[in-house]
Design a protein around this ligand. Structure first.
Ligand code: PHE
Length: 497
């Protein structure tokens, strides 16, 4: 039966009571029939509490390989060959039949070299001596029993060359009594219990000191994805600026709200299935606000509100097609239409949610991503207001230097791409898109003619990748994401540098 750690500890402390030291833990373990690994563990623990002082010792030793192990049991191949040769001799062919292939192959040569056998013309093998001793087997047995000191050096070299033994570094301890040595160790109590108090044991008993440096258990449970952390920060910036969040819980949208309501003509290339995911089932939306739809049709075909329109044949069929929304501006169009149905009040709205585009996937593009969108809706707003709001918004992200470049969106005029100066890249990078919604979009909804809407949008992925130093979007989002990133990403504080 294997000795318990407690049994080993008692024996070891008792031994040290009457001996100055244990010079070699390996010898001591062997003599006491303890497993050396278990003895090592006990020594480490006793050393930790000052009961012993231990110093590690290293030794090279030899162990048998699998082949060596088999010869230690069955005898060396040369011996096995010798045994298989009868006094009258045997032909090589017959001998080979009696033995394992490897034994025959290795053993015959060795036996001849040892001058145990001779080979006659015609291939007969004869014994040259009466009997032999299997030295190799004896040496292997000695090494196996840990008595390799008895084996001469040249024999060790031979065994090693034959790959019957291999060296191993043996590690053990040399030890003596430590400063806190006692013949028996009472484990220090970890808690002051009722029993210890009642029995009076507390007077004598040693208590384990508290480890104030212990790190504690790592917390298990949910972890926020970096995109969610950055989203929370953007959301609080919008809330601090007095914006209300729009409901974005519809990934499926009709072409009408995603494109037509935004004065995006039906032959616009973005409305192609190469750019947009259209739904097969349900393929269409049948409920659309009829009056409004009619005004949208008229504006696309003939214009109005000071516009000449696009002059094409607008088809309801095209507007009814369902798709995965390609931008969160679809949500904004629904909300502005809703707002126009009551007496007008100024509003600030924002949304942060997922959108879908049928694009080739690469290190910076996925077929789905998140958009951040803000809009302000009030009487008499100008481009100056838009620039002012953008400066306010981006400065809260820690981005102070902005530049604007004229751009084109079907639903905004004027439109501006937003650039910011990237301090580490030392260049201007695009951070968003913006504009003032066109009257052809707002007026059919029923908003008063003097109401303007300034709006802007950006992706959530771009700032998140910059903040977390991720250069391939597939490392941030999708099935290839390393869960370690999700479990251990730092907190996000926008605007604090
Ligand atoms: N919808 C635009 C996009 O997908 C962003 C935008 C929003 C532009 C609002 C202008 C105004 O890129």
């Amino acid at each position: 039966m294997a000795a318990t750690a407690m049994g080993i500890e008692e024996a070891l402390l008792l031994h040290l009571q009457s001996h100055a030291a244990i010079v070699d833990s390996g010898d001591w373990a062997a003599r006491s029939s303890f497993d050396h690994g278990a003895v090592m563990d006990v020594i480490k623990s006793l050393q930790g509490s000052g009961f012993v002082e231990a110093q590690s010792i290293k030794r090279n030793s030899w162990i048998l390989t699998a082949e060596g192990e088999s010869y230690a049991v069955r005898g060396s191949p040369e011996f096995q060959v010798f045994q298989a040769v009868p006094p009258e001799g045997i032909s090589r062919v017959e001998l080979e039949k009696k033995l394992e292939a490897s034994v025959f192959k290795i053993g015959t040569g060795k036996a001849m070299k040892n001058k145990w056998l001779e080979s006659l013309k015609g291939g007969t093998l004869l014994r040259k001596v009466q009997g032999v001793t299997d030295e190799v087997k004896l040496q292997l047995l000695e090494i196996r029993d840990g008595q390799h000191v008895e084996v001469p050096d040249n024999a060790i070299t031979d065994l090693k060359n034959r790959k019957l033994i291999e060296s191993r570094t043996w590690v053990g301890y040399s030890l003596k009594k430590g400063p806190k040595y006692a013949p028996k160790r009472v484990k220090p109590a970890t808690d002051l219990t009722r029993e210890i108090l009642q029995s009076g044991e507390w007077k004598e008993r040693e208590f384990k000191p508290y480890n104030y440096k212990a790190l504690g258990q790592p917390t298990e449970g949910g972890h926020l994805h970096p995109l969610l952390k950055v989203r929370t920060q953007f959301r609080s910036i919008f809330l601090e600026m007095g914006f209300e969040e729009m409901p974005t819980n519809n990934f499926v949208e009709s072409s009408f709200w995603n494109f037509d309501a935004l004065f995006q003509p039906q032959m616009h290339p973005a409305r192609d299935s190469h750019d947009t995911f259209f739904l097969k089932a349900p393929a269409r939306t049948h409920k659309l606000p009829e009056d409004y739809l009619e005004r949208v049709r008229r504006t696309h075909e003939e214009g109005g509100y000071g516009s000449i329109g696009y002059g094409y044949d607008w088809k309801r069929d095209e507007a009814e097609k369902n798709l995965l929304r390609t931008h969160t501006t679809a949500v904004s169009s629904r909300m502005l239409y809703k707002l126009a149905q009551d007496k007008f009040v100024p509003k600030r709205y924002f949304s942060i949610d997922r959108v879908f585009r049928n694009e080739a996937v690469d290190r910076t593009h996925l077929a789905e991503f998140h958009q951040i969108e803000g809009l302000v809706c009030d009487r008499g707003l100008t481009l100056g207001d838009l620039i002012g709001v953008l400066n306010d918004f981006f400065s809260r992200l820690g981005i102070k230097k902005l530049r604007f470049k004229p751009a084109y969106n079907p639903y905004t005029e004027p439109s501006m791409e937003i650039f910011s100066y990237h301090e580490t890249l030392k260049k201007w990078v695009e951070v968003g898109n913006s504009g003032m919604f066109r009257p052809e979009m707002l007026q059919p909804m029923g908003l008063p003619a003097d109401v303007s809407v300034i709006a802007w949008g950006l992706s959530l992925e771009r700032p998140t990748m910059i903040l977390y130093g991720i250069d391939n979007i597939r490392d941030l989002f999708g099935h290839k994401v390393d869960l370690k990133l999700i479990k251990s990403n730092p907190i996000c504080r926008l605007g604090i540098h």
